[in-house]
Design a protein around this ligand. Structure first.
Ligand code: AMP
Length: 147
């Protein structure tokens, strides 16, 4: 008997591809830039989500935003790291979609964004969908999914 390959569909739920929130490195409003720098450095990611109260999605913080914000005219102002909060520096324009959105929408958004934040109907952060997992699924579909 030949090897059975489960049919692969592009009509897949976002939830089945996303990294769940409990596995995502995040910072919260009120956290200092110093804390964010620590989380970014230790996680190895260049950008991570900023969440507000009750896990509401608020923005993205990155190494380059932090460094740019402490770059003075003459020197880097390291003391600002402990004083400034992530919400003062974060990028409020976040690529996001709802968890019940379509795979096709995710694919479209991922052209310009390395990852998308996924929220529920109340705007509560539930996870991220990476370009990597979208590409892996498209690859699987092209390899096995077309009959
Ligand atoms: P990757 O698909 O692993 O190359 O991740 C692409 C981008 O998604 C990373 O640079 C991060 O900005 C973000 N990312 C991926 N996984 C995580 C995670 N577990 N926690 C936080 N951010 C992540």
């Amino acid at each position: 008997m030949g090897k059975m390959v489960k049919s692969v569909s592009l009509d897949i739920a976002i939830k089945d591809l996303m990294i769940p929130g409990n596995k995502v490195a995040i910072v919260q409003e009120g956290n200092t830039l110093e804390h964010a720098l620590l989380v970014l450095t230790k996680s190895g990611y260049s950008a991570i989500p900023v969440l507000g109260r009750e896990y509401k999605l608020k923005g993205l913080i990155s190494m380059s935003l932090i460094l740019d914000s402490i770059l003075g005219i003459e020197k880097i102002e390291y003391d600002k790291l402990g004083e400034r909060k992530v919400e003062e520096v974060m990028n409020k324009k976040v690529a996001w979609m709802k968890e019940d959105g379509s795979f096709f929408r995710g694919l479209e958004l991922s052209i310009n964004h390395p990852f998308l934040c996924i929220v529920d109907e109340d705007g509560v952060f539930v996870g991220i969908l990476t370009r990597k997992s979208i590409l892996a699924h498209v690859h699987k579909y092209l390899k096995y999914g077309i009959k």
